[in-house]
Design a protein around this ligand. Structure first.
Ligand code: AMP
Length: 394
């Protein structure tokens, strides 16, 4: 069933509890990357223009259930104020009488940012009493925090028992639509690209993709477990030995279903992920015993680009190498350019992959860039996200 959307609510004169994901990286007293703040602006502005007052709430970092000035949302309030062009006062807490008075004093078109939800242990414990205290602040509920909705926390789940209706914000809706389209009715061929550190993190996703995609390209460290399954010696590359058998089964299943699987054929090798430079590029059958694969090679890159050419839908999660080290970022950056240059509907998600896309300067050219990491993976795996599940039906 489709979920109720914020656009379907009559907001005039209402106080809206807007759960957002304002969990941004900080730099000193400022916000290092405001992508997530910009992403919630459309919903915030929609509510304010519709005559609501908005009580905005988020977690930030992991303050372990008690107040901690290092995890205050003060820098977020300052940056949001600049982006929104109107005052965004920060409440001293997220529950309690003083905060209730501040919320009650808001006029239509005004907003208030609550202090970090995780300053209270009730948030992560999905505690009904804490949720009830949050509910006292508002008349209705909007969740625009897709990126946090894989967690059953009080502001995402228990709160919807006390504050109804519970609607999806505009960002949440876009996220559900973009990812839903990929799962339910993708334009084919559908090419999935997976990379990153571990097969174990993405096994659920790989199995789901085996039932959905036409082509699966695998890079990053996780490719070495698959290469080992094919009998290649990965040298000192990262391998998960306990998953080699599973990797072999995945390859056999893909073959049986006619799914094309692309693995690296050449790799950049180095003595370690932090080395200043690569030793050389080698065929994956000839990785020297003392070296590790840190990026895909040019032949692999050309093959991956070739596999992308016919795609009508592309989904990508996980870097092709140790892209944080500029010496080993080429494969990931070049792939980002190729994905962005494709005429397919392209969806990219996960913190590292999104960072790589920004680094390549091609973010604007993608179909959909998901701000979510864990929630993005869990949704694609086909798991119910508690925070989405809890929303009212349309
Ligand atoms: P994940 O969070 O699973 O998407 O993994 C991202 C991490 O994988 C990044 O920090 C990359 O540096 C790392 N990574 C990707 N390829 C390799 C590789 N070949 N060797 C070591 N680490 C890698």
């Amino acid at each position: 069933m489709p979920k109720l959307s914020v656009e379907q609510l009559d907001l005039q004169g209402k106080r809206v509890f807007l759960r957002a994901d304002l969990n941004v990286p900080l730099a000193g007293r400022g916000v290092a990357d405001d992508t997530r703040l910009r992403a919630v602006l459309p919903t915030l502005q929609h509510c304010l223009k519709a005559g609501a007052s908005v009580i905005l709430a988020s977690h930030l970092g992991r303050p372990k259930g008690k107040p901690d000035p290092q995890h205050s949302l003060a820098p977020v309030a300052n940056r949001l104020e600049e982006l929104l062009g109107q005052p965004v006062p920060l409440a001293p807490d997220c529950v309690g009488e003083a905060v209730e008075n501040l919320a009650r004093a808001l006029k239509p078109g005004e907003c208030l940012l609550l202090e970090n939800l995780r300053f209270h242990p009730g948030e992560e414990a999905n505690d009904p009493a804490f949720a009830e205290a949050l509910a006292r602040l508002a008349d209705c509920y909007v969740n625009d925090a897709f990126a946090a909705s894989h967690r059953a926390h009080a502001s995402l789940v228990a709160l919807t028992q006390y504050l109804k209706p519970a609607a999806a914000g505009l960002l949440m809706r876009r996220e559900l639509e973009a990812l839903g389209q990929i799962l339910d009715h993708p334009d084919r061929p559908l090419v999935a690209i997976l990379g990153g550190a571990k097969v174990s993190d993405k096994l659920g996703l790989i199995h789901r993709f085996l039932g959905k995609v036409d082509c699966l390209l695998i890079g990053g460290a996780m490719a070495f477990t698959f290469l080992k399954a094919l009998g290649h010696d990965p040298g000192r590359s990262l391998v998960e030995p306990e998953l080699v058998d599973q990797a072999r089964q995945v390859l056999a299943q893909a073959r049986a279903r006619g799914i094309q699987v692309g693995l690296p054929v050449d790799t950049v090798v180095a003595s370690g992920p932090e080395s200043a430079e690569a030793v050389r590029t080698v065929n994956v059958r000839q990785i020297p015993p003392g070296l590790m694969g840190v990026d895909i090679g040019q032949v692999t890159l050309a093959r991956f680009k070739e596999a992308l050419r016919p795609a009508r839908t592309v989904i990508w999660n996980g870097p092709m190498g140790v892209f944080e080290n500029p010496a080993f970022a080429t494969g990931t950056i070049e792939l980002a350019r190729a994905v962005a240059g494709s005429s397919a509907f392209t969806v990219v998600g996960g913190g590292d992959t999104v960072a790589a896309v920004h680094q390549a300067g091609v973010a604007e050219k993608l179909g959909y860039l998901s701000t979510a990491g864990g929630a993005f993976l869990e949704f694609l795996e086909g798991r119910e996200l508690p925070g989405v599940d809890a929303l009212s039906e349309a």
